[in-house]
Ligand binder design. Structure first.
Ligand code: PLP
Length: 379
């Protein structure tokens, strides 16, 4: 017989579902009644609500965060011979999309304390790419990593000076804000994801694009529906099947109603971790004058051996953890041949020492206390 304590869930979608069950059921039933499963009224309602939430003029919902990134780059005709600058320390999709379009990702290092793209290194990488003369610098994908925003004013300056398209990969950070403004209209286009484990998650794949340009919003709508023109059977360009289902939109409307409270709950947990763990481990540094969506709360440990040991000790206490990311993108077998060999020491170092603790709105105070006690006992 085991007397180990109840395992704390890393993410608790069941508890969240129980909180919103009645509204969720009602909205899904409405879709089942009208049977407009593709581009139904829920999709339009959601797009309006999402645009309002993040202060963007236009929202175009799509089938995933990855498709959102792809549609944004397709709309700029980015492809063979083009360089797309992006952080090496991010989820694979950020680099996959330029590669799918024939473009080349140029990996940039990240800040050792906020984990966001390193602005000075980005400038160096753009200059070096220009001087090498093989690729044409075309775009920057700034990633808002782990819930916090990247430095959008600095990224905007660099993009303007270098005539680059600026795309915001907001997949992990919908709900964050910077300098008092929600993130969603800081870049030329913003892409987000509703993968179930993201702060605002559907019950399947989903995503959205945000833009201030009506013309671009129309182009994104065309691209998400096979490049269609004014009528369904006029094909203006090569597009894709990239729409969001009405049922997912209905679920997201239900979740959006409780999202502000959930963001507050995540922030409270992050503050408790900061206070209780800050003297024992390296807690994440806040991006100045911002709020985080806290998709991930990642601590840094002394080295890889310490991380292995602490992760095992937490597991024995019923405390789950995760490693985002065990391998930076320039070290991935699929992408390493694309990398020019430049050193990315911070991304390499973080991969060996980083550890994510559970952070979701249904963690109880008792859970958080147990997680903190377990970490403090293990370090
Ligand atoms: C999750 C994620 C994506 C991809 O979103 P999907 O909806 O899973 O396609 C892209 N970029 C980042 C940084 C992500 O975390």
């Amino acid at each position: 017989m085991s007397d180990s304590p109840r395992a704390i869930p890393f993410l608790d979608l069941k508890a969240q579902q129980a909180r919103i069950a009645a509204d969720l059921r009602r909205r899904i039933d409405t879709v089942l009644e009208h049977c407009q499963f593709i581009l139904g009224p829920e999709v339009r309602e959601l797009e309006a609500e999402l645009a309002k939430f993040c202060g963007a003029k236009h929202c175009v919902s799509v089938s995933s965060g990855t498709d959102a990134l792809q549609i944004a780059l397709m709309a700029e005709d980015i492809g063979r011979g083009d360089a797309v600058f992006l952080p090496a320390f991010t989820y694979t999709a950020t680099a996959e999309v330029p590669l799918l379009l024939g473009a080349t990702p140029v990996f940039v290092d990240v800040d050792p304390r906020t984990f966001q793209i390193d602005i000075a290194h980005l400038t160096q990488r753009i200059e070096a790419t220009r001087q090498a003369g093989k690729l044409k610098p075309r775009a920057i994908i700034g990633v808002d990593l782990f819930g916090q925003p990247a430095d959008w004013p600095a990224l905007t300056d660099i993009a303007r000076c270098n005539h680059l398209f600026l795309l915001d990969d907001l997949a992990q950070s919908f709900g964050s804000s910077l300098h008092g403004r929600p993130v969603g209209s800081q870049a030329d286009a913003t892409a987000t994801s509703f993968f179930p484990s993201k702060p605002l998650g559907a019950y399947g794949d989903g995503g959205a694009l945000f833009t201030e340009s009506e013309e671009k919003a129309d182009l994104y709508r065309s691209l998400r529906t096979h490049g269609e023109g004014k009528t369904r059977y006029e094909v203006l360009r090569t597009g894709m099947n990239g729409r969001l289902d009405s049922i997912q939109a209905a679920i997201l409307l239900s979740k959006l109603a409780v999202f502000p409270e959930e963001l507050q709950a995540r922030e409270r947990i992050a503050r408790t971790y900061d206070q209780r763990l800050g003297n024992a481990v390296t807690t994440p540094q806040r991006v100045p004058d911002s709020t985080s969506a806290w998709a991930i709360y990642a601590i840094l440990l002394k080295d890889e051996a310490a991380r292995d040991r602490i992760q095992a000790a937490l597991r024995a206490d019923g405390v789950p953890t995760a490693i985002y990311y065990p391998r930076p993108l320039h070290r991935q077998p699929a992408y390493s041949a694309q990398h020019d060999g430049s050193a990315l020491p911070v991304s390499d170092d973080l991969a060996t020492r980083i550890l994510a603790l559970p952070i979701h709105p249904d963690l109880t105070e008792e859970d958080v206390a147990r997680i903190c006690a377990s970490v403090l006992a293990a370090v």
